[in-house]
Each structure stands twice: as structure tokens, then as C-alpha cells.
Design a binder for this molecule. Structure first.
Ligand SMILES: Nc1ncnc2c1ncn2[C@@H]1O[C@H](COP(=O)(O)OP(=O)(O)O)[C@@H](O)[C@H]1O
Ligand SMILES: [Mg+2]
Length: 382
């Protein structure tokens, strides 16, 4: 049975619909992340699960307890929902030391003294705050306070943990370390976690499932590798990825994909019937394109116009022209290869397995693309 279930949950603030008819099931022990741009409704969703915001419509079930049901007029207050929460505004008790803040929840749950101490020292070490045990919150940096708030929830027995951007105040290096710790802690405790972030790397590395949100709705809810490899729509394709995705309109038919500057074969798994002709948007990430020596059916000829060094790799910009018209393509490639493209004629090759084709109007992925497990491929490249 799913551990956390939202059914048709809606929340409006005046004329703003913050969360729109959202349904979601998080399995027991899942690490589910909600990913989306600022203002898309992530925090509101979390606060409704916690009981801090009352939905207008829908039903929320935690374990075997219905905690909200608009039709049956059920509302269970936050204190009775048996969940841990780490929110952006991590309210620590100002008059208590770090240690007291962390242990407080255990004392009120009547955890044995020696067990308290064992859990405390474990979590202090894991979150690299053991030096701070005797300090008060006002003697801590934002990042340190955030880790204390995290520690306070991780030590409890709550089977459900809600985290809203819990690493947002940490610098890049520490955030990476905390990600590893969080992942391990989740594996050790197998709590059901909902984790809100606008940082796609965090979502991709941590979660067993990722829901990509926009305007109060979940656009895609799948394993992160699947979200990365097979974005369900153009929004998801644009949102996920280190560098902006290449996109351009094409005409799709039995012959393949065409536009004035170049044509490509029918992508694998897409089999248009004789009558199908469709305006599509084709997208490919810079990582999914390569610079090749020789032309084949999946490569197009262009002119290297600029090289942007990014350390080990470089971003190459290539113009594929037809008369005065051209399409710009951005390719991520090894520095040595990139440096040879400047003002040179080059071939850019599309990877047929990673050619994302969306219908022009709906911007939804055209189904029928070959299924593949994806996991190794995606993680190998991130
Ligand atoms: N208490 C509130 N009153 C009015 N509008 C709100 C309130 N909380 C959130 N909103 C609005 O709801 C939308 C979703 O906000 P939020 O859930 O905080 O998004 P996110 O966490 O994804 O950034 C935004 O348009 C925001 O302005
Ligand atoms: Mg938020």
C-alpha cells in the first residue's frame, strides 16, 4: 500500500491556484522528490501534507490514516500526523543548545536515555555538527542551523519525512556531502521521504521517483533516469539538464524529420503511417550531440562559430545553414575536439536514442519511442 496518497488535491489563494487537482502516491520507503521552478506549488503541497495548510478539495492519506478529506470534512491537525518535517524556515528552539534541540523530540517521545545518546552522537557525526553540540542557534550560520533542523527530524522514529529545500543554505561542497549522507540515511532507515527541491541534480541523485511540477500540476512522475532520458513534454525537457537543450521545429512524416536546413531519418521506435504528417519540436541536449569526422544519416553539416570552455569539456556552437537561414546547435564535447571546430566545417551527429520529439501544439512527447531501461545510461552521463 502506498504510504502517502494525495487524491485530486486543490489549493487556491484568492485567484491563484497554487496546487491544481494533484494526485500522487508515494510507496513505503520511497524517496520521492518534487522538482520544479519557484512558485509552482511545491511548498504548498508539502504544507498540505503536513497539515499546515488546509486544501480546498481532495483527500490526503498517510499510511492507514485519512488526514484530510474535503467531502467527509476530515482534518487531522499536524501534531497527530506522525511525520517529521524540515522546512525552509527551520525553526530551532532559540533557548536550547544544538544537543537539546535534537534530543527534545526524543524525550517527548519517551525514547530510552542510552538510545537517545546513541542516536544523537550518530546524527551529529553524520551531519558534521558534532563540534556544535553546545552552541545556541544564534551562534550558528544558516547552513549549520539547517543541518541541526535536519538532524532533529532524522533522529526520530517518524516513518514519513517531509523536507522542503533542506540543503538550500549550504555551500556547494557541503551540499554534495549532505546529499550522500541523506541518501545513506534513507537507505538505513527506509523512511518514506518527500523532498522538495528546485535543484535537478539533487532530485536526480537522491530520489527513487521524481515528480516534475509546473503551475500546480505534476507533469511527469517517474524514476529520475526516465525523466531525464524520456521527458514527457517540452517543459520537462527544458527543465532537466545542465545546459539549455537544443530545440527546433521540424516536419515529421514517413520519410523522416525535415526542415529547410537539414533532414534526419525516422527516429527508432517511431513508426508513422503513410498518412501521418505532423509538425513537431525536436529537442536534443548538448550532451546528446557529438562532433564527428564523417557524415552519416544522423549527422548534419555546419560551421563552428564559437567555443565556450567549461573545464574538461567545451560547449561548441555550430550553425547549420541553408542560404541566409540557419539553425544554431550547441554541442558539449571534449576540449581538444572543440578547439578544432572554430571557423571550421564540422559534422554534428544526433544520437538517435536521445532525440526527443514533441508534438508542436500540445508539446507532449510523441509516444512509441523505443523503451529502454535508461538507468545506467543516464547515471553514466550525469
Ligand atoms: N499564503 C499564501 N497566500 C497567497 N498566495 C500564496 C501563499 N502561499 C503560496 N502562494 C502562492 O501559491 C503559488 C505556489 O507557491 P509555493 O507553493 O510556495 O511554490 P514553490 O514552493 O514551488 O516555490 C505561488 O504563486 C505563491 O505566490
Ligand atoms: Mg517553496
Amino acid at each position: 500500500m502506498a504510504h502517502i496518497v494525495l487524491e485530486n488535491v486543490t489549493k487556491r489563494f484568492g485567484s491563484t491556484t497554487a496546487v491544481n487537482d494533484l494526485s500522487l502516491a508515494v510507496e513505503d520507503g520511497d524517496f520521492f522528490s518534487l522538482l520544479g521552478p519557484s512558485g509552482c506549488g511545491k511548498t504548498t503541497t508539502m504544507r498540505m501534507i503536513a497539515g499546515l495548510v488546509m486544501p480546498d478539495e481532495g483527500r490526503i492519506t498517510l499510511g492507514d490514516q485519512v488526514v484530510f478529506d474535503s467531502e467527509a470534512s476530515i482534518f487531522v491537525p499536524p501534531s497527530q500526523r506522525k511525520i517529521g518535517m524540515v522546512f525552509q524556515d527551520y525553526a530551532l528552539w532559540p533557548h536550547m543548545t544544538v544537543e537539546q534541540n535534537i534530543v527534545f523530540g526524543l524525550q517527548s517521545r519517551k525514547v530510552q536515555k542510552d538510545d537517545q545518546e546513541r542516536r544523537l552522537s550518530h546524527v551529529l557525526e553524520r551531519l558534521q555538527i558534532d563540534q556544535l553540540a553546545d552552541r545556541y542557534p544564534n551562534e550558528l550560520s544558516g547552513g549549520q542551523q539547517q543541518r541541526v533542523a535536519l538532524a532533529r527530524e532524522l533522529v526520530t522514529d517518524a516513518r514519513i519525512l517531509l523536507m522542503d529545500e533542506p540543503l538550500s543554505n549550504l555551500d556547494a561542497k557541503l551540499r554534495l556531502e549532505m546529499r550522500v549522507e541523506l541518501k545513506q540515511i534513507h537507505e538505513e532507515t527506509s523512511k518514506s521521504i518527500i523532498y522538495v527541491t528546485h535543484d535537478q541534480m539533487e532530485a536526480l541523485t537522491l530520489s527513487s521517483k521524481t515528480g516534475v511540477m509546473k503551475d500546480g500540476e505534476i507533469r511527469q512522475n517517474e524514476h529520475p533516469a526516465q525523466v531525464f532520458d524520456r521527458p514527457a513534454d517540452l517543459f520537462v525537457a527544458r527543465f532537466i539538464g545542465q545546459t539549455p537543450i537544443n530545440e527546433f521545429s521540424m516536419r515529421f512524416s514517413r520519410i523522416g524529420l525535415e526542415r529547410p536546413e537539414f533532414a534526419l531519418p525516422v527516429p527508432p521506435g517511431l513508426e508513422p503511417s503513410a498518412s501521418d504528417e505532423l509538425d513537431v519540436i525536436v529537442a536534443a541536449r548538448p550532451e546528446e550531440l557529438s562532433i564527428v569526422e564523417q557524415q552519416d544519416e544522423w549527422s548534419v553539416k555546419g560551421e563552428g562559430v564559437s567555443v565556450l570552455p567549461m573545464g574538461y569539456d567545451s560547449l561548441v556552437r555550430v550553425h547549420v545553414a541553408n542560404g541566409d537561414e540557419y539553425v544554431p546547435l550547441t554541442v558539449l564535447t571534449e576540449r581538444s575536439i572543440a578547439d578544432r571546430t572554430k571557423e571550421a566545417t564540422v559534422y554534428v551527429r544526433f544520437n538517435p536514442e536521445f532525440l526527443h520529439v514533441f508534438e508542436s501544439g500540445s508539446e507532449k512527447r510523441i509516444t512509441g519511442m523505443r523503451e529502454h531501461s535508461g538507468a545506467e545510461v543516464a547515471y553514466g552521463r550525469i
